[in-house]
Design a protein around this ligand. Structure first.
Ligand SMILES: [Zn+2]
Length: 106
């Protein structure tokens, strides 16, 4: 990991959207919302998972998140899209597929 101070400064800059030029396309966001964005795993001695960046920058601004989202608003939008997808689109799709499968068996 980088110097802790640099890391924290980067996270602070990211939080205030200091790079308004960076952009993420709707397509990229939608793809992530469907696929699901795998952020770092919870720290665990058992598995050896550990995200130093998260420790210093917080759960919603660690390097893993900043690497994929140019600004917090994109991450927040992603979370909303993902939830909507899982609750509405994903569920409706699975119900449709399961329903068709059941009908076939009748
Ligand atoms: Zn992380």
């Amino acid at each position: 990991m980088k110097d802790i101070k640099d890391e924290i400064r980067e996270a602070e800059n990211w939080k205030v959207d200091a790079n308004p030029g960076v952009y993420m396309s709707v397509n990229e966001l939608v793809t992530l919302a469907i696929r699901g964005f795998g952020t770092c795993k919870k720290d665990s001695l058992k598995t050896g998972d550990y995200c130093a960046s998260r420790k210093y920058c917080g759960e919603d601004a660690c390097n893993c998140i900043r690497a994929s989202f140019p600004a917090p608003e994109y991450y927040e939008l992603y979370l909303r899209l993902r939830e909507y997808y899982l609750h509405n689109v994903g569920e409706a799709l699975l119900e449709k597929i399961a329903g068709e499968h059941m009908r076939e068996k009748q």
